[in-house]
Design a protein around this ligand. Structure first.
Ligand code: HEM
Length: 240
């Protein structure tokens, strides 16, 4: 039994996280041409818009929720006057909102890949595993929020902190309900799979869009009255 816990809650997490780190670095160095999200927007826009918007807002906020709730020990929240009951209350309602957005968004993305013929024709097994995997991981997380009624602050949270600080304690997971264990294990498996999927696009988030200069296009119809031609003006250059 001890060996099983050691394997599942110490060896397996480090295996997945190692594949995650080394896999991303290896793919970025050796195979940069396939490092993209492979957009299918030109094949179908409407359900992508709703699915992708719901999913991305949900998953990004879920990520911050997990980081804030799990990686920061409860004693820091106690110092600022947020006891564990208030913490769990906030986690429950915010988890419910962002978890629903991520879950129904990912379901819509999966449905779109199955139901739309044109999107289906460019969908690979890898895409199905990626989006299907997200539906499973997020679905189990949402199930735990709604039906779990379990305090993770003194078991799962310190176990995760032990993993990231290289002081693993698999015994902390012993009393944790099965649905929480399955959520953790499937999320780790998806992390290990992500370097081989389109999920690599997360690391190419175009943050410079917020600060870069605008690219301005102006009409230049004087010389070509019969049609409108667009002229590209390099950022920072005045129009001649
Ligand atoms: C953090 C910033 C992120 C940005 C800027 C971003 C951006 C994008 C873009 C532009 C697409 C392409 C949509 C299209 O035209 O087809 C996309 C698709 C996708 N993203 Fe993200 N993403 C981010 C985070 C994430 C995260 C955290 C996940 C999951 C853990 C994720 C999972 C996906 C999936 C599965 C698709 C494919 C949807 C489909 O085509 O069915 N993304 N993302």
């Amino acid at each position: 039994m001890d060996l099983a816990y050691e394997l599942i809650f110490t060896v397996f997490p480090y295996l997945c996280l190692s594949i995650f780190v080394v896999g991303h670095a290896y793919r970025y160095i050796t195979d940069r041409y396939t490092w993209n999200v492979r957009s299918s927007e030109f094949l179908e826009k409407k359900s992508l818009f709703y699915g992708s918007t719901l999913f991305h807002w949900g998953i990004v906020l879920t990520f911050f929720g997990h980081a804030g709730g799990m990686l920061v020990p409860q004693r820091f929240y106690d110092v600022v006057g947020m006891n564990s009951q208030v913490h769990l209350f906030v986690a429950y309602w915010s988890g419910l909102a962002v978890g629903n957005a991520a879950f129904f968004g990912s379901l819509l993305l999966l449905w779109r890949r199955i139901a739309h013929k044109r999107v289906q024709s460019v969908t690979t097994v890898n895409d199905t595993i990626t989006i299907g995997g997200l539906v499973v991981v997020i679905g189990m997380g949402l199930y735990n929020v709604v039906f779990g009624h379990y305090n993770v602050l003194y078991t799962v949270a310190p176990w995760i902190r032990g993993i990231v600080t290289f002081t693993p304690n698999p015994g902390l997971m012993r009393e944790v309900p099965l649905s929480f264990k399955l959520h953790v294990i499937s999320a780790l498996a998806l992390l290990g799979f992500s370097p081989f999927s389109r999920l690599v696009h997360i690391w190419s988030m175009p943050l410079f869009y917020f600060t870069r200069r605008q690219i301005i296009f102006r009409r230049q119809s004087a010389n070509f009255p019969h049609r409108v031609k667009m002229k590209y003006i390099e950022p920072g250059r005045e129009e001649g």
